[in-house]
Design a protein around this ligand. Structure first.
Ligand code: HEC
Length: 138
C-alpha cells in the first residue's frame, strides 16, 4: 500500500502535464511545418517575419493568435487590397485563396504550426473546425 500511493501521485502529476498538450499537438505541428515550407514560406519567410510592404509577419498578430474562424477564412478565401495593417504597415501582395489546393487536414496542420511557432502560443486548429467553416463559406 505504501508504494502504491506515491505511484498514484506520480501518475496524476504526469497526466496533468500530458493534458497541457492536447493529444496530437506535436504531430500536427510537424505536419504543418511541411505544409508551411511548401505553401507559405516564400511569402511569409522561414521565421514568419514577412517582407515589409509586401507580405505581413505572422508573429503574434491578432489574426494568427485571435479568432480561429477569421484566421481559417484567410487561408480558404485569401485576401487582397491591403486589408491587413500591422504597426502602421500595409502589405501589397495578394494572399492567394487555398480552398482548392489545401485539404482540411493541411489547413488545420499549417495553422496549428503557425499558432505554435515564431514565438506564438495558441490552441490547435482542428480538421473539424476547418471542415465546418469550409461548408459554411460555400
Ligand atoms: C503570395 C504570397 C503569400 C502566400 C503564398 C501566403 N500568404 Fe499569407 N498573406 C500574404 C499577404 C500579402 C497578406 C496580406 C493581404 C492584405 O493585406 O490584403 C497575407 C495575410 C496573411 C495573414 C493575416 C495577416 C497576418 O500576418 O497575421 C495570415 C495569418 C497569413 N497570411 C497566413 C498564411 C499562411 C498560413 C499561408 C500558407 C498556407 C500563407 N499565408 C500564404 C501573402 C501570402
Amino acid at each position: 500500500m505504501k508504494k502504491v500511493i506515491p505511484a498514484t501521485i506520480i501518475f496524476i502529476i504526469a497526466s496533468a502535464f500530458a493534458m497541457q498538450q492536447p493529444a496530437g499537438l506535436k504531430a500536427a505541428i510537424a505536419r504543418g511545418k511541411t505544409v508551411y515550407e511548401a505553401t507559405c514560406l516564400a511569402c511569409h519567410q522561414p521565421d514568419g517575419s514577412g517582407v515589409p510592404n509586401m507580405n505581413p509577419p505572422l508573429v503574434k498578430t491578432k489574426w494568427v493568435l485571435g479568432d480561429k474562424k477569421a484566421l481559417t477564412k484567410i487561408i480558404l478565401k485569401g485576401l487582397q487590397g491591403g486589408e491587413i495593417e500591422i504597426d502602421g504597415d500595409k502589405f501589397h501582395n495578394p494572399m492567394p485563396p487555398m480552398e482548392s489546393t489545401l485539404t482540411d487536414q493541411e489547413i488545420a496542420d499549417v495553422l496549428t504550426y503557425v499558432r505554435n511557432s515564431f514565438g506564438n502560443k495558441a490552441s490547435m486548429v482542428t480538421v473539424a473546425e476547418v471542415k465546418a467553416l469550409r461548408a459554411k463559406l460555400k
